[in-house]
Design a protein around this ligand. Structure first.
Ligand SMILES: Cc1ncc(COP(=O)(O)O)c(C=O)c1O
Length: 380
């Protein structure tokens, strides 16, 4: 039998998925383990998608996406993110995931290294491995609210390093980087001539600290920006996101898109366009819903004496359970699920720095968040 390509066997399995699979065999589980907004999609968005299907708008679209969507995204980026980009620089992708994949596949050759945050979103390492590259963790410093430890970052750079991955607001931490932090990261990237991939899929969900787009501080065109409709508009299954690329990447991305998805599902693009052009009250309401869940969760944890990282963005809570997990938080999460019927993500799934922590999603109902967290063991 022929063998599978060795690099494919190095794609790490997601430990969050293991919890999800285990939960399938258990009744009445409170799911706090996935970042899935429980809010309904706005009717005008659903109607736009349905209309496209009904009117048989089912042909291929241009590789980069339908023109009105690219134009609307470029206008949004100019208005809200301080990015001076043309529609040609906007590449509509199958969710933020495909934007990440395109960005990595076009900057990393086999064996090249990409610096990924630890703790950080599991899929950064998975995607890197999928393109044959090597994810190298850099430490986020708990003493600085999980902002990057620049010494650890510099120490991780080798002659094979090509890319620095930045994620603000962060999954799983909810940290939002101030302009000063982003400037420091851009300086490191410039010193070593690295690309920067900036994942901003949670840009709309911040609670006090304003979101700053890394590319708005970019002085020499080294930032590739990843955005998504998934979290902002509760459209996770529609699979629409976008990559902002340098202008000279036009031909490159045209062929890269053709070689992967050709284009994104046409009705989903029309739904995304309606989301962007319609009333943004749904986004405000979603933010207030997550903020309310966050306040309720923080109050409850404080009363239980449990330590946590108070997030400034995204919709997750990073909670320390080292008092109970005995050095193996992954096994502890499995036992907690079986005994207390609450699914949470083990922090170790997000990197070695996550041992002793769990990530809880605040994107569900208030009731689920409060019920699930009340079952955590108190810190005595
Ligand atoms: C940090 C981060 N980036 C990207 C994604 C991918 O999002 P999408 O559903 O748009 O592919 C996620 C999803 O959870 C995420 O947390």
């Amino acid at each position: 039998m022929p063998s599978v390509a060795p690099h494919a066997l190095r794609i790490p399995a997601s430990a969050i998925r293991r919890i999800y699979d285990l939960a399938q065999g258990i009744d009445d589980v409170v799911f706090l383990n996935v970042g899935e907004p429980d809010l309904p999609v706005a009717p005008h968005v659903l109607a736009a998608g349905a209309r496209a299907w009904e009117q048989d708008v089912t042909n291929y679209t241009p590789n980069g996406g339908i023109a009105p969507l690219r134009t609307a995204i470029a206008a949004k980026l100019r208005r809200d993110n301080g990015l001076d980009v043309t529609p040609d620089q906007v590449w509509v992708t199958a969710g933020g995931m495909q934007a990440l994949h395109q960005a990595m596949s076009l900057t990393l050759d086999a064996g090249d290294e990409v610096l990924v945050p630890d703790p950080g979103y599991v899929n950064f390492a998975m995607t890197a491995r999928h393109v044959g590259a090597v994810p190298v963790p850099y430490r986020l410093d708990p003493a600085r609210g999980f902002r990057p430890d620049l010494a650890s970052l510099r120490a991780a750079i080798t002659p094979r390093t090509r890319v620095l991955l930045v994620n603000s607001p962060s999954n799983p931490l909810g940290t939002v980087y101030e302009a000063e932090v982003l400037r420091q990261l851009l300086d490191v990237a410039a010193e070593h001539d690295l690309w920067v991939i900036s994942d901003e899929v949670y840009e709309q969900f911040t609670y006090g600290t304003p979101h700053v787009s890394t590319a708005s501080l970019d002085t020499d065109g080294r930032v590739l920006s990843v955005f998504s409709f998934s979290k902002t508009y509760a459209l996770t299954g529609a699979r629409v996101g976008w990559l902002v690329a340098p202008p000279q990447w036009d031909a490159l991305l045209r062929t890269a898109q053709e070689a992967t998805v050709s284009c994104v599902n046409a009705p989903a693009q029309f739904a995304a366009l309606a989301a962007l052009e319609g009333d943004q009250q749904v986004v405000t309401d979603a933010r207030e819903h997550y903020r309310g869940n966050l306040e309720a969760a923080c109050d409850l944890l404080s009363r239980k004496g449990i330590r946590f990282q108070r997030p400034a963005g995204a919709f997750y809570l990073w909670i320390e359970v080292a008092h109970a997990s005995g050095g193996d938080v992954s096994t502890w999460c499995e036992r907690f699920l079986v005994k207390h019927k609450v699914a949470v993500a083990p922090g170790s799934a997000f990197g070695s720095q996550g041992e002793g922590w769990i990530r809880v999603s605040l994107a569900g109902t208030r009731d689920d968040v409060v019920t699930g967290l009340s079952r955590l063991p108190d810190r005595s």
